[in-house]
Design a protein around this ligand. Structure first.
Ligand SMILES: [Zn+2]
Length: 127
């Protein structure tokens, strides 16, 4: 999956922060949804790679029960973790035991949504 993420990085639109990120959401049926970060001059109008992949899957009718694993890679060897806006989307649209595989150069780290989002807030808290 790392090679696909590297190819996907070339589609990132990140001329303002120059921080390309790619994401692939793998579903249990084998379907892959791709995402890259897309920046605009107004940062709030852009989107991160993680949410791009998740929202694409949702747009195609997939749901949290269908999501097997999320893969992430940035065009840097530094450790990368999803931003807090993406963490909120992960809490709401992915199972808490879904794995997130994050590549840092030649290394990789696997964390679950729950490990990444302790003390999270979701729609259940509004009931
Ligand atoms: Zn994000």
């Amino acid at each position: 999956m790392k090679e696909k993420l590297d190819l996907l990085l070339e589609r990132s639109q990140s001329k303002y922060f120059n921080y390309p990120v790619s994401a692939i959401l793998e579903c249990f049926d084998g379907k892959l949804f791709y995402g890259v970060n897309v920046e605009t001059a107004s940062p709030q109008a852009g989107i991160c790679a993680e949410r791009n992949a998740i929202f694409s899957a949702i747009s195609c009718g997939y749901q949290k029960k269908d999501f097997k694993r999320l893969y992430l890679k940035a065009k840097t060897n530094k450790e990368l973790y999803p931003c807090f806006i993406c963490r909120q989307a992960l809490v709401e649209f992915c199972e808490e035991n879904m794995e997130i595989v994050i590549y840092f150069g030649d290394r990789e780290k696997i964390v679950t949504v729950k490990e990444l989002t302790p003390f999270s807030f979701s729609g259940d808290d509004l009931k």
